[in-house]
Design a protein around this ligand. Sequence first.
Ligand SMILES: Nc1nc2c(c(=O)[nH]1)N[C@H]1C(S)=C(S)[C@@H](COP(=O)(O)OP(=O)(O)OC[C@H]3O[C@@H](n4cnc5c(N)ncnc54)[C@H](O)[C@@H]3O)O[C@H]1N2
Ligand code: MOO
Length: 394
Amino acid sequence: MSLLPVAEAQARLVALGRVLPAETVSLEQGTGRWAARAHQAQRNQPAADLSAMDGYAIRFADLPGPWRVIGESTPGTLPDLSLSPGEAVRIFTGAALPDGADAILIQEEATRDGDSLTLSGEGPRQSGQHVRRAGSDFMLGETVIAQGAQINAARIAIAALSGNGRVMVGGRPRVALISTGDELVHHEQDAQGVNIPASNAPMLRALMTPSGAIIEDHGIVRDDFETLAAAFRAAKDADIIVTTGGASVGDHDLVRPVLQSLGAAMDFWKIAMKPGKPLMAGTLGDSVVLGLPGNPVSAYVTATLFLLPLIRAMSGAAEPLPPLHHGRLGHPLPAGGPRAEYLRAIWRAGDVVTATDQDSAAVLSLAAANALIVRAAHAPAAPAGETVDVISLT
Ligand SMILES: Nc1nc2c(c(=O)[nH]1)N[C@H]1C(S)=C(S)[C@@H](COP(=O)(O)OP(=O)(O)OC[C@H]3O[C@@H](n4cnc5c(N)ncnc54)[C@H](O)[C@@H]3O)O[C@H]1N2
Ligand code: MOO
């Protein structure tokens, strides 16, 4: 059976998910989610010509002074003042300029005695110096947040300043997590003998939490046909059902046969990638089902490349895939195999160096890595210094 290329599998998976209905929420609730429509400025920023410094509003043409101070302008009040030649107004950072003023003389460059003001430094070099013009940041009606953009801290600032005190964002997918495997015990329990603490569910929760997904953990399910079928039935209201383990070809790998018995429409199984080959996807009723491999690193990498993009796409993200950056290889790499490789790496000051242990079960090297080097299937040997594609894990 031929393995599906990663990009094609990503496109097919994203196509399985539907964009969830949008909702209008507070900026706090919108954090990390994606704008469901373009947001336009409801006001000009700044609303008037404002001073960027503490000092005196003057007419540039009056330089080098002296001036007579005729009043004061403080932030939050429009000054009812107009400058005639030779006049200045005491002004503070963020306050509106009086009519006629076109420059700011900063207080460090001025000497004041009562209402007389003289130049004691260089003064403004041009008209408009230290003035923030009305609408110079953005204008009423201007798009300040594009549809599909993520509401990050900077966009929260612009949402608030532009008068979008609440934002319309895509819905949050409900994600059901099912961990399969007879060897697993809950991570808060002592694992005896060859039992192992189940790490995939808490790891995936941590990966998904920033996306705003609503996560329901359905716990650990034994490698038993009926038990796994019951777990899928219990998860049927989720938008996305994620399993880990049991995705491969062994006698105890039941995810695919159980899904088929429940009438799931399987879309793909087995991807040309390393780690992560046994990944499978399909739909079960209204849910998208994603079967991740059990190995913790394989689960992490496939979640990064498939699960998170699916969540983002269903949440209305314009660019659901992780961005590719460039790094400089710190050492040579041998030719790659028939599967695309995602190598754990440390990426520092532009240079990327692979972690020594690339086994799909080695989590210590995953914890040390801050990036994945992406190598295409059949990549030729690469010398040190070559530019490679990198996915940031931070
Ligand atoms: N004959 C073949 N064997 C395997 C193939 C293959 O193509 N032919 N593929 C290998 C690849 S690649 C992978 S990846 C694994 C994935 O297999 P499964 O998805 O079926 O995963 P399991 O066998 O259930 O578990 C693999 C490994 O991971 C541990 N595990 C499982 N769940 C968890 C969890 N929640 N937390 C921590 N660790 C977990 C499990 O104990 C196993 O050690 O199959 C290869 N085999
Ligand atoms: O594809 Mo598996 O995830 O290499 O170990």
